[in-house]
Design a protein around this ligand. Sequence first.
Ligand code: UTP
Length: 298
Amino acid sequence: MKPRKVTKAVFPVAGLGTRFLPATKSIPKEIMTLVDRPLIQYAIDEARAAGIKEFIFVTSRGKSALEDYFDHAPELESALRKSGKDDLLEILKDTNMDSGAIAYVRQNRAMGLGHAVWCARRLIGNEPFAVLLPDDVIAAERPCLLQMVEAYEETGGCMVAAMEVSPEKISSYGVLDVGQEGGNVMKVKGMVEKPKAKDAPSNLAVIGRYILTPKVLTNLNRMKQGAGGEIQLTDAIAEETKTKAGVYALRFRGQRYDCGSKIGFLQATVAFGLARPDLCNEFASYLHEVMAMQKAAQ
Ligand code: UTP
């Protein structure tokens, strides 16, 4: 029997974004712009491409710019219409959500990703759901969440997106124990959040895309603070590795950028800038120039 379709997605956006202070003092991290679109737009587009119909945001104080972003902007739209700027009106269409398709729930204290997802439990109900962290931006021919939905339709259970990470960086991630398994879809035996490099069960890290069963929400009901004093989503998913439904990891095809870190954001800006047909030539020659100047100065 095929598992139930995934039509709901949770976007936890209630974090403090301290790595981008002072910018994030007044701008939500998810509104920061990669070329000309905020990070959240990339996540929404990926979710839509995977068949998501209901979008649940877990927000906090100071995130109202996010809510405005998905609303109609009557004055702007009428000014563009009057001046015949149909191309810009078309671009704005992606930012509008159907009535009732978007819901906001508040996390009143940043107690960790697990707690943020738990805050959305009543809106999720008793069905499988996706979780997308908008600061992970993934460039892929086939959107990452779509790859996961396709794999999940074969496996059921929970599905996490996995990528290989160097030993120096592994302690920043949730890490998978997949035994000797090869292939792109692997059965997960265990998961550990932010292990020391010497204790990491593999070099496979979990990144910010998940498909979860409602059972994970039940596990979160009982969760205590884990690594870093936060309620960890990893711990609640790890409990599912012991069940019949199980947990699977997909080694997705694509390049993930950690836009929650300064270096990741800069790398993504270069990659997405170069991928844009309207910008790539001028941008590439500028980058060449800068590199040449830097080399000459050394
Ligand atoms: P991060 O670990 O990147 O934390 O959260 P952060 O607060 O956003 O950023 P830094 O580390 O202070 O710079 C990963 C994702 O989980 C969400 C964040 O909004 C981000 O999308 N999150 C985290 C919550 O929604 N609530 C939390 O309590 C923690």
